[in-house]
Design a protein around this ligand. Structure first.
Ligand SMILES: *Cc1c(COP(=O)(O)O)cnc(C)c1O
Length: 408
């Protein structure tokens, strides 16, 4: 029932402003539902929606329309060639998405098989956090399917790998891993942050769940953090339930930015891949360079697999845009190389418009001594490039100037 506004005090009137107009025309861009909570027409409706007897929005930790718009958009891109689009859930960061998956499907006494070449945060989550809850993880060389099969057991619930590993750029055989997961009744979970849709869509190769740190290529401008998981409606329903209880939900403002990022994802990533291909091939020929890791190089162990698994356009196969350059001279040479670069900036993160570099041994993998680095297949001199949108000639000459005087 309406209350006559004239009878209300000035504070009440200020709070109870007329609602925003409802538009019959759909906005072209994504509206930001910057609200923590949604109002119901009756207490009965509130009870029905929160009890999930009726669809609707209650509270933004639970669901928010802007966040759903982002998650659905990722699902559409990840499942482009599937008979039905998968479902998706968005999170406040990539690690929130990854921990959401483990909290939803791992159990005390359960077992996880994960790649030795794993993002540091994920390694630490499994090693330090999940272990405390009785979840045991075996880390194996995921490219050795025999080794993966050998460490799985009846308790194995999750096989976990990255499409392109960082910084080794090793490529995971998703079809092969999916077969093992199916045989053992485990879920295959793929972190495809380094191979976003337009490079690879792991669900189409048999993965059960695909995770992205949306902070990287999806956002694409190094200005927002987020994470997202896609997969079947049933699995995503369990992840949503866990997210609601653990609370790592994405904010509507960040969801807006990430959804906007998706609109230019193909344009950016195609160009980044093309630049990375030229950069990798050219820098590999420099006399101060011992080797370059990039799936696009015919010398790369995952090259043939990548050719089969990754998308191609008129510009050729897209092998991603992470290039790891190892100069001769070990740790000192790697540090000197990374610090002499002028265009490529020393910074954490990847996938943005600016080319960023990390001297791997002193930054992302600093906890590993030289022996542990060797076991992970990382040279102490390795420098990881995340290729941005600059002109390839400028990036190459930046690298050549920085390589001057290094090496043998
Ligand atoms: C950055 C990254 C993450 C973690 O994502 P955040 O958004 O930083 O939490 C996970 N996996 C990979 C491969 C990454 O590069």
């Amino acid at each position: 029932m309406e209350i006559a506004r004239r009878q209300l005090g000035e504070n009440t009137r200020a709070v109870h402003l007329p609602p925003p107009p409802e538009t019959a025309q759909r906005p072209v861009a994504t509206p930001i539902y910057r609200t923590a909570t949604f109002e119901f027409s009756s207490a009965q409706e509130y009870a029905a929606v929160i009890g999930e007897q009726m669809p609707g929005y209650v509270y933004s930790r639970i669901d928010n329309p802007t966040v759903d718009a982002f998650a659905r958009a990722v699902a559409a891109l990840e499942g482009a060639n599937l008979p039905r689009w998968p479902a998706a859930q968005a999170f406040a960061s990539g690690m929130a998405a990854i921990s959401g998956v483990f909290l939803a499907f791992a159990r005390a006494g359960g077992h996880v098989v994960a790649s030795t070449a794993l993002y540091g945060g994920t390694y630490s989550l499994l090693r330090n956090v999940m272990a405390r809850f009785g979840v045991e993880t075996d880390f194996v060389d995921i490219s050795d399917l025999g080794a993966v099969r050998a460490v799985t057991r009846p308790a194995t619930r999750i096989i976990y790998a990255e499409t392109i590993a960082n910084p080794t750029t090793a490529v995971a055989d998703i079809k092969g891993l999916a077969e093992i997961a199916r045989e053992r009744g485990a879920l295959l979970v793929i972190d495809s942050t380094l191979a976003p849709p337009v490079v690879c869509r792991p669900l189409e190769h048999g993965a059960d769940l695909v995770i992205h740190s949306a902070t990287k290529y999806i956002g694409g401008h190094s200005d927002v953090t987020g994470g997202v998981v896609t997969g079947s409606l049933e699995l995503i329903g369990q992840i949503r339930a866990t997210r609601i209880d653990t609370g790592g939900s994405l904010s509507p403002d960040d969801a807006f930015q990430l959804r906007r990022g998706l609109e230019t994802l193909p344009v950016r990533v195609r160009r980044q891949c093309a630049t990375a291909s030229v950069f990798a091939a050219t820098v590999a020929k420099h006399p101060a360079v011992a080797y370059v890791d990039y799936p696009g190089l015919p010398t790369h162990t995952g090259h043939e697999l990548a050719r089969r698994m990754f998308d191609a356009g008129p510009e050729g196969v897209r092998f991603g845009a992470i290039v790891t350059v190892t100069p001769y001279g070990g740790r000192e040479a790697g540090l000197a190389f990374a610090s002499k670069l002028r265009l490529a900036k020393a910074a954490a993160s990847l996938g943005g418009t600016h080319t960023l570099v990390s001297h791997v041994a002193s930054t992302t993998h600093r906890q590993l001594d030289d022996r542990a680095l060797a076991a992970a297949g990382i040279d102490p001199g390795a420098v990881r490039f995340s290729i941005g949108l600059e002109d390839s000639e400028d990036l190459i000459s930046d690298a050549f100037v920085a390589l001057e005087g290094l090496g043998r």
